[in-house]
Design a protein around this ligand. Structure first.
Ligand code: SF4
Length: 164
């Protein structure tokens, strides 16, 4: 596809859009490495790196995954982080442990901590991973939690409240 194509052209005109009765909730960029981009901004997105980076993501190799509104986005984030934990080669501590801890923080024990403590831990782990991981996998994985908190705070809050 041409660089600069509006994302909605790709999603609706080229790919046929969501199933009847459903709407698009989020898309991922760079496979999963760019995290989620929420439905709130999809109208504004064009498929070029400056635009995607201005929203905290990146194009990477161009892989895009689409999630409709039937999906539990917190569960999707958990599964994405579990993928990174599985793919981590384990060479460096921040990525090896960080991907595992973030996966745990997104699973059914999401609210074993008070929300403020949960949030602080998730943000601290992500910042440490981005600053100290030796390769792009460990640096990119925190995009999943960052984007979840940025675009879907209500779903995160609901998940924590459902356990507390
Ligand atoms: S950041 Fe890269 S090198 Fe370090 S453990 Fe993760 S995959 Fe391995």
């Amino acid at each position: 596809m041409p660089i600069g194509l509006p994302l909605k052209t790709l999603l609706y005109d080229w790919a046929g859009g969501p199933k009847e009765g459903r709407s698009i909730q989020a898309v991922t960029m760079a496979g999963l490495s760019g995290g989620f981009l929420g439905h709130q901004i999809l109208e504004d997105l064009t498929l070029d790196d400056p635009c995607i980076r201005s929203h905290g993501s990146f194009l990477g190799a161009g892989g895009i995954m689409v999630f409709d509104d039937s999906r539990d986005i917190v569960k999707a984030a958990h599964d994405a982080m579990a993928f990174f934990a599985h793919e981590s080669c384990g060479k460096c501590f921040p990525c090896r442990i960080g991907t595992q801890r973030l996966t745990e923080r997104l699973n059914d024990s999401i609210a074993e901590l008070p929300y403020a403590d949960w949030l602080a831990e998730v943000e601290d782990i992500g910042e440490a991973m981005k600053a100290t991981s030796a390769c792009g996998l460990g640096m990119a994985a925190p995009h999943v939690t960052e984007s979840l908190l940025k675009y879907f705070p209500d779903q995160v809050a609901a998940a924590t409240e459902s356990v507390n």
